[in-house]
Design a protein around this ligand. Structure first.
Ligand code: NAI
Ligand code: MG
Length: 489
């Protein structure tokens, strides 16, 4: 039972306006939209809804800040120092930000505190360290010339993010862009605008100059106006593969640089020689973490037939032991889905799984009648051609697919348009690496799942994306390389 004493208090909401050129403003149209608490379906607050006129103003501010400085021309050490200060401010306000994230998104407070927020701080700090380490090369070319390269910032970056890790996605996007000296027009997801706005406030407090970070809450039309804008040089997008396709098409008109982090249907492969306790924990965590709303969720769980029966029995017990409820309660491990649209989509997949003949071993129902809660659901005997094995469900629905041998499971694992992540569980190290090399995925975890670090690149093969985030490699997304050649003598 939840008691008032145990439950974290809701934070005061400080910002609901647009951030343009260092100023907080209403939308030109005066329009607002409501953001809701997914655990009660109650409105939290109204937020300014940016329209095309606001996009024009924000892009002009970002353009001015980029073209005329100081951000892009500032001493890189000073840029890094401001970013370190921002990381520190996030750390100082961690409790408030975690509570705000939980309120807006519905994720358990223990996850916001122990997973999302620490990763946000790490990411900002990691990229702060890169700010003064962006170096070019001297290039030996034929003839009497001095040739060298520079890595210059790409310019004004439109950044469009989803609702599943609202603040973490801000950090992944701002970190490398700011380190490179780019300026930003960001659109948070319509479901979860609040923590991004609060981070905007902290960025100003940290000393990020006006116009360097602009924040435009809104829906898809706001994002589309950013994508179409002629003065935006680059788009970084995280979200559905479908919207990624639309953005790529739209961005073609102005030949914008694009990087995408899109959907997935990641194979999680358990061999019979695995440490089964660890594999069961990893399978449960890898699928149900964040209410199953992870692009890299281990949503095709391949289990070698020799251990299949035991595995299913034990993973079902684990699923049933999840604590569903008020996300503000410290013991809660599973909150509601983010909104009614996602809830309905997931319930529809559950029905389709049943109709296709998969065996629903546990769950499958809504929990209660207020808040978008779905029971942890496990389907056994799923076959490769079923919708639940092919499409991204983005919810707490596990699909178990038995297999017999290594070549078979590698082939089946790769039979998807996606290629974001994968995992292998085995005590045989050579087998683990062999399988890891053959899987067409941007990240492969061996005997672990969902291990993220600011230093380790993440992103997708195939329809799961273009480019990588995190690590040194993500700086390339925000770089225009320049070659300078001078005649000597
Ligand atoms: P979405 O891809 O439509 O939305 C993500 C972001 O893009 C939001 O900020 C949204 O306002 C914006 N957006 C939407 N249409 C746009 C357009 N035409 N131009 C520019 N920006 C646009 O994802 P949605 O509708 O929230 O979820 C649908 C499905 O997408 C989910 O059920 C899930 O399967 C998948 N998804 C995957 C994510 C991932 O991390 N890879 C994150 C969120 C959703
Ligand atoms: Mg959408």
């Amino acid at each position: 039972m939840t008691t008032m004493e145990e439950t974290t208090a809701k934070p005061h909401i400080r910002q609901t306006q647009l951030l343009i050129d260092g100023q907080w403003r209403d939308a030109q149209s005066g329009k607002t939209f409501t953001t809701f608490d997914p655990s009660t379906e109650a409105p939290i607050t109204e937020v300014a809804y940016a329209g095309p006129e606001d996009v024009d103003l924000a892009v002009a501010a970002a353009r001015q800040a980029f073209d005329h400085g100081p951000w892009s021309r500032m001493d890189a050490r000073d840029r890094g120092r401001i970013m370190y200060r921002l990381a520190e401010l996030v750390e100082q306000n961690l409790e408030e930000l975690a509570a705000l994230e939980t309120w807006d998104n519905g994720k358990p407070i223990r996850d916001s505190r122990a997973a999302d927020l620490p990763l946000v701080v790490d990411c900002l700090r990691y990229y702060a360290g890169w700010a003064d380490k962006i170096q070019g090369q001297t290039i030996p070319i034929r003839g009497d010339y001095f040739c060298y390269s520079r890595r210059e910032p790409v310019g004004v970056c439109g950044q469009i993010i989803p609702w599943n890790f609202p603040l973490l996605m801000v950090a992944w996007k701002w970190g490398p862009a700011l380190a490179m000296g780019c300026t930003i027009v960001m659109k948070p997801a319509e479901q979860t605008p609040l923590t991004c706005l609060r981070l905007g406030e902290l960025a100003l407090e940290a000393g990020v100059p006006p116009g360097v970070i602009n924040i435009l809450p809104g829906f898809g039309d706001t994002g589309a106006a950013i994508v179409r804008h002629r003065d935006v040089d680059k788009i970084a997008f995280t979200g559905s593969t479908e919207t990624g396709r639309i953005i790529m098409r739209e961005a073609a008109e102005t030949l914008k640089r694009v990087t995408f982090e899109l959907g997935g249907k990641s194979p999680n492969i358990v061999f019979a020689d695995a440490d089964l306790d660890a594999a069961i924990d990893g399978a449960e965590f890898g699928l149900f973490f964040n209410q199953g709303q992870c692009c890299c969720a281990g949503s095709r769980l391949f289990v070698e037939r020799k251990v299949h029966a035991e595995f299913v029995k034990r993973v079902v017990e684990k699923a049933q032991s999840r604590q569903l409820g008020d996300p503000f309660h410290p013991e809660t491990t599973q909150g509601p889905q983010v909104d009614e649209e996602q809830f309905r989509k997931i319930m529809d997949y559950i029905e389709r799984g049943k109709r296709a003949g998969a065996e629903c071993v546990t769950g499958g129902q809504r929990l209660g009648d207020r808040g978008w809660y779905i029971e942890p659901t496990v389907f056994d005997h799923v076959s490769d051609d079923m919708d639940i094995a092919r499409e991204e469900i983005f919810g707490p629905v596990m699909s178990i697919l038995p297999f017999d041998d290594l070549d078979e499971v590698v082939e089946r694992g790769n039979q998807t348009m996606y290629g974001l992540a994968a995992a292998v569980w085995t005590r045989d190290a050579a087998k683990a690496h062999h399988v890891a090399h053959r899987l067409r995925a941007g990240t492969v975890w061996i005997n672990c799942y969902d291990v993220f670090d600011a230093a380790a690149p993440f992103g997708g093969f195939k329809a799961s994306g273009i480019g990588r985030e995190l690590g040194e490699i993500a700086l390339a997304n925000y770089t225009e390389p320049k070659t300078v050649t001078m005649k000597l003598g």
